[in-house]
Design a protein around this ligand. Sequence first.
Ligand code: GDP
Ligand code: GDP
Length: 436
Amino acid sequence: MRKSVVAIVGRPNVGKSTIFNRLVGERISIVEDTPGVTRDRIYAEAEWLTTTFNLIDTGGIEMSDEPLLVQMRHQAEIAIDEADVIIFMVNGQEGITAADDEVAKILYKSNKPVVLGVNKIDNPEMRETIYDYYTLGFGEPHPISGAHGLGLGDLLDTVVGYFPEQQDEVQDEDTIYFSVIGRPNVGKSSLVNALLNEERVIVSDVEGTTREAIDTRLRNDDQDFVIIDTAGMRKRGKVYEAAEKYSVLRALKAIERSDVVLTLIDAETGIQEQDKKIAGYAHEAGKAIIIVVNKWDTVDKDEKTMKEFEKKVRSHFQYLDYAPIVFLSAKTKKRLHTLIPALKTASENHAKRVPTNVLNDVIMDSLALNPTPTVKGKRLKVLYATQVAVKPPTFVIFVNDPALMHFSYKRFLENRIREAFGFVGSPINIFARKRA
Ligand code: GDP
Ligand code: GDP
């Protein structure tokens, strides 16, 4: 099911990121516990009552030196393109400014529902002033206080009320859905085109799944694949460039709909900070991941080159230790044939279920090999384990006291599970639970 998207727009310092953090709350802090993951806090899943949706803080998208009004215009445009509902935030302690008017003008022309949030209304007396904001033209102003968490419920009720009817996105069990992500010019379009032009590949159709994304279906040796969001990738002379400022956002949406994510690195320019951010999102989303080192043709090679490059990749992407690395050239098509098998393996592993009895044999062997730690005189006891989900494979280990399950011991068990079942390409989750 496609989740609705909500974007927060407003000039700097009105409190957008404060509200964003409140709404996505816990999830962000979990993410930041993952070592080595760097990210912009611009896009995250949020929840209101029984509805989950994706929230964009447009304020986090561009930190450029452009004049304020230009930045505001860009942010409003992104919100209009990407969101189902827009939260327009103003500062209730400052009144309406020229930048607010500028944003209002752009939002007004779009046909997207806009909910007006007047922030920093920290106490009931201040509510009197919010009627001034009717003049912005978006109906009832919602008084909120991000700092104190006031008024958010009413605001969200209105927002959720505008969500479009959910269309079920039918995903076929036997089809592998994957996306190709990476910073501009790593060769995403080239790779997609190279795959589509392979002799043994049949490109059957282009289907419009969501408003803005165009997916491409292809078949190779009886295996169906769908490449998510190939808009602008299939033609030369890209449409994509014009939309570069959305590229991260688009990547995030594509990741969400994928089973496997190909995260591209440019062998010519080497690994850059942005590569880590983009790959970090795929990791957090729990998708199977393949690291594709493209433009391998540009590298002078001897028998050690690949090993050395691999080492470099591993040290930059430590949290992706499960992701296989595929070296290829989209341009010359050298080694391109290694990609499809890697995709199949990663996808299978992402959906793999292991039998409970075998899992428990592995756990018990592990306990014998490396006895559980003792914390303050109390020893961790592991009772049994079970797999509770796939995509990604998720395991619950029942113990006497989850607090005794240290990161390092969990890591040890994860490695043992990986050795036993081979989850190459897929992340796995392990949770410790107290036995009821
Ligand atoms: P952004 O630039 O729009 O993302 O704004 P921030 O979320 O960074 O907030 C800007 C400043 O306003 C920070 O100092 C916040 O602590 C403050 N702030 C945010 N929400 C409120 C609020 O509801 N009341 C008050 N008084 N201050 C707030
Ligand atoms: P995108 O922005 O990620 O879609 O990247 P493109 O596919 O448009 O490629 C950017 C540039 O890199 C183009 O000039 C491509 O011809 C070039 N390129 C892509 N793949 C390769 C490759 O494997 N080897 C070499 N030498 N150049 C490549």
